[in-house]
Design a protein around this ligand. Sequence first.
Ligand code: C2E
Ligand code: CA
Ligand code: CA
Ligand code: CA
Length: 279
Amino acid sequence: AKNSGRNNFQFYSADMNAEAAQRLALETSLRRAVEQNEFYLHFQPQIDLDSGRISGAEVLLRWHTEHWGEVSPSRFVPLLEDTGLINTVGEWVLRETCRQFVESSADLPDDFVMAVNLSGRQFKGGHLARYIQNLLLESGMSAKNLELEITESLLMDDTELAIDTLRQLSALGVTLAIDDFGTGYSSLSYLKQFPLNVLKIDRTFVSDVTDDKDDAAIVNAILAMSESLDLEVVAEGVETAEQLAFLRAQNCKRAQGYLFSRPVPIEELMQLVDKRISL
Ligand code: C2E
Ligand code: CA
Ligand code: CA
Ligand code: CA
């Protein structure tokens, strides 16, 4: 039996390309990453464009391994999703966000918002809202300080389940944001059936807004229609002063991007909040 197992492995490894092999190795280390404390969080400031103050931050997962060093979320998050590990890691992100928020809350404005990314898989078990409710109770973080970012595909995949869970979350008082808006297939009228509060314009539109008429028109249309649907708009990926000027002129209220700050550790976030960012 031992022998045939080995033959099997040889058969597969001969067939497997280098990328698939690396993927498998990454997956193996991902399975141990939580226990080995290899995950940590960075926070990217979000700027309130009326006041210029940092009104919140997006929480972004980071993974550091001894073997590969820093691995990009665009590589490991899809793997977490495929393997279902995102459920465990996603709960860790929520827990750790609450812990760090509460630890720093004395030095943060009352209405400071931490925006956490959620994957579709985290909606599946049907107990997400209860998990978050308990977490808020146990940590002492207020629901108004938590924003949850979800993607369009999550709403499209299992609309019934999504509406149900979003209603429960909304009842808790957390803010619900739709991420990467414009990259999927949903329309604003479709979104109307979900209890959403915030819409994040994908950075692919923002990046071309000052030199591509179509992107400028799309951003303007999103901003105009959001207003009538009572959705707050966040522009992501703002990198230049010209993009910022365009967005402000169109009455966009919130923005994040390298122009203001890259995602940073909590200590740096606290320093930035202290200093404020001049517009
Ligand atoms: P996202 O949710 O769209 O996050 C924004 C990404 O844009 C982040 O990449 C951020 O570092 C990057 N970014 C911010 N400002 C700028 C800018 O001005 N220019 C450019 N070029 N990029 C900017 P990051 O941190 O590599 O994360 C990639 C993706 O991984 C995220 O995209 C999100 O989909 C996923 N992700 C990260 N953390 C989590 C998490 O805790 N849970 C889940 N489910 N997904 C996560
Ligand atoms: Ca996001
Ligand atoms: Ca995004
Ligand atoms: Ca374009």
